[in-house]
Design a protein. Structure first.
Length: 248
């Protein structure tokens, strides 16, 4: 973990949150503007939701074409992360498959995603029920599905690895990164943002970017803004092909 920079008195932009969102924003702003950028994280980089992320790089989002376009652009960036940022990260290409049955919500979602990816020329394959056992011999019961949609150029990385890579690159670009300091409130004057109050003092600024994940509603309350974020707990299981055979 890198040492924290010193808390500045002022900055053009303050980013709250040191996960993948906050660190990537700091990197791109510091790369493409001459503004003073300060990121403030209450713990260490990527110790929140980003550190627990499965970091799947997929393009299939049902009929949400805008998500697929964003994901495809982002994935191409991750493939060239070292070249773009000067930082190497963990990365592996691995297709993602969705099994589904016709005339079900899951089937509609899977088919819609297939059509969107096909229209966008993003590699995708549709396997019929009779093809699934040969394509996925490590799984039993796949023949019970009507079809499977393979997001052929999906992959995965490591959320903490990527966030720390963005962090280091942003610092090299001149951004200030403060860790171990929580932001207690956003300060406004006559309806305009004028700074943030941290545990260690105030930073004056004209722009605040909140990238605090599930902690965002609490910060919104400090400026009387209701941000409707609901927190859910997800369960992730990671397996190898060998362990999949054993499970099945």
């Amino acid at each position: 973990m890198q040492d924290s920079d010193n808390l500045p008195n002022d900055s053009d932009i303050v980013i709250i949150g040191g996960g993948i969102m906050g660190t990537s924003i700091a990197f791109f702003l510091s790369s493409e503007t001459e503004l003073d950028i300060t990121l403030v994280e209450k713990d260490s980089i990527a110790t929140g939701s980003t550190g627990d992320s499965s970091a799947i790089l997929r393009h299939h989002y049902g009929d949400q074409e805008i998500y697929s376009k964003m994901a495809w652009w982002s994935h191409r960036f991750y493939r060239r992360f070292d070249e773009k940022t000067g930082e190497a990260i963990a990365y592996e290409e691995n297709p993602l498959v969705r099994f589904a049955n016709e005339d079900t919500p899951g089937g509609t979602y899977a088919q819609d995603g297939y059509e969107v990816l096909s229209d966008l020329d993003i590699p995708v394959t549709r396997y019929g029920s009779e093809e699934l056992p040969d394509q996925y011999p490590m799984l039993t019961g796949v023949e019970d599905y009507d079809f499977g949609i393979s997001d052929d150029e999906a992959g995965y990385s490591d959320g903490a690895d990527a966030a720390n890579g963005f962090d280091r690159a942003a610092r090299r670009n001149g951004a200030t990164v403060i860790t171990g300091t929580g932001v207690e409130s956003i300060t406004v004057d006559d309806g305009a943002v004028v700074g943030v109050e941290t545990e260690d003092g105030e930073i004056t600024c004209e722009t605040v970017v909140v990238a605090a994940g599930p902690w965002t509603p609490r910060l919104g309350e400090t400026v009387d803004v209701d941000i409707p974020i609901s927190v859910t707990r997800e369960q992730i299981i990671g397996t190898s092909r060998k362990s999949l055979r054993e499970l099945c």
